[in-house]
Design a protein around this ligand. Structure first.
Ligand code: SF4
Length: 336
């Protein structure tokens, strides 16, 4: 049998992949990335999933969420979890995307590391089957870690795979999976995390602000993930790098009509990007220069801040502002 295994690179999906591969199934792994994954930039995106697929010796495909994924976050049919995490809709989206790939590679089922009852919203018995049905995959999802607690999937019923080798794990604990990983000599999986950034209350303040400002798009979300975030007004935001790596990422994300702020050449300090859903006015630039000056030289009364335009991708010098520092109270008021 040929199968497609969803592989986050975490413990459960890595075990499911290994268990299915050990049955002699011709399996391909599929890793989803989204702007809300918790990669900290220290390793390339999908690093653990690639490591695991190499260890288990299977091909891996990477699928990145596109703007259509953002639509389900704006309007989830099945609602949000505790923050902006639309887990049920997110799973349906991922399974629908996986179904297309399953069909392209002539696979007959999808394998997941889902564990019955592990997640409050998306891994309860009813929701597992709701998601499966909504994605048009009824009976085609194999869950090796909890299979013994669930009805037979088609591949199990048809004896394409051996159900008796699957397990009956349920709940939030991980001790069974950790023991199993040792037995199967499986290493390199990422540590269990509590969900994507959409479950993080601090980051969700930024998500809320972007949604309310009509600035919820992939590029601006990536800016919001990096460095400091200031709400200059309902329509205008300032993103400020915390270190050299952030500065580089912010510069690479700048788009037409952004304003870019930097220290003088050879002076270390943050890059700032002002972005607006309407127009950037001189007051926004002045406040942003005061914020950037505060991070360049907090002890100097005035600091030079260089201002650039982005006109159709061309970065053009606009002016140099000798700026005072913003005071701490205003800084805190603007920071999200
Ligand atoms: S935690 Fe995030 S990635 Fe995971 S199902 Fe929920 S919304 Fe999707």
């Amino acid at each position: 049998m040929k199968a497609l295994a969803l592989l986050s690179g975490g413990l459960d999906s890595s075990l499911a992949l290994k268990m299915i591969k050990d049955q002699g199934v011709d399996v391909t792994a599929l890793h989803f990335t989204s702007p809300f994954c918790r990669c900290d930039g220290s390793k390339p995106c999908g690093f653990s999933a690639k490591e695991i697929s190499a260890l288990v010796n299977v091909e891996i495909k990477i699928k990145s969420a596109d703007e259509s994924y953002l639509e389900i976050i704006k309007n989830p049919r099945y609602g949000y979890g505790q923050n902006y995490n639309p887990c049920i809709d997110c799973r349906i989206y991922k399974f629908k995307s996986a179904k297309k790939i399953m069909e392209e590679i002539n696979a007959l089922s999808i394998v997941t590391g889902e564990v019955l009852g592990q997640r409050p919203k998306s891994q309860q018995r009813n929701t597992l089957f709701l998601i499966e049905k909504e994605a048009g995959l009824t009976g085609l999802i194999v869950r090796p870690l909890s299979a013994q607690l669930l009805p037979e999937s088609i591949p199990e019923r048809e004896k394409w795979i051996d159900r008796s080798k699957f397990l009956n794990i349920s709940g939030r604990g991980r001790s069974n999976q950790i023991k199993l990983a040792k037995t199967l000599s499986l290493k390199g999986f990422s540590c269990p995390a509590g969900g994507c950034l959409l479950t993080d209350p601090s980051f969700c303040k930024r998500i809320k602000d972007l949604l309310e400002s009509n600035m919820f798009n992939l590029n601006t979300i990536n800016l919001a993930k990096k460095g400091r975030y200031f709400k200059l007004s309902n329509n205008t935001k300032l993103f400020v790098g915390r270190n050299e790596q952030d500065n580089e990422i912010l510069k690479n994300l700048t788009k037409n009509s952004d304003i870019i702020l930097t220290p003088s050449p050879l002076i270390p300090g943050p890059t700032g990007i002002i972005r607006s859903s309407t127009n950037i006015d001189t007051a926004d630039i002045k406040t942003s220069a005061q914020i950037i000056a505060r991070y360049i030289a907090p002890l100097n009364p005035k600091t030079d801040v260089h201002i650039f335009n982005n006109i159709n991708g061309k970065i053009t010098p606009l002016e140099i502002i000798s700026s005072q520092l913003i005071d701490e109270q205003n800084l805190k008021l603007l920071q999200v």
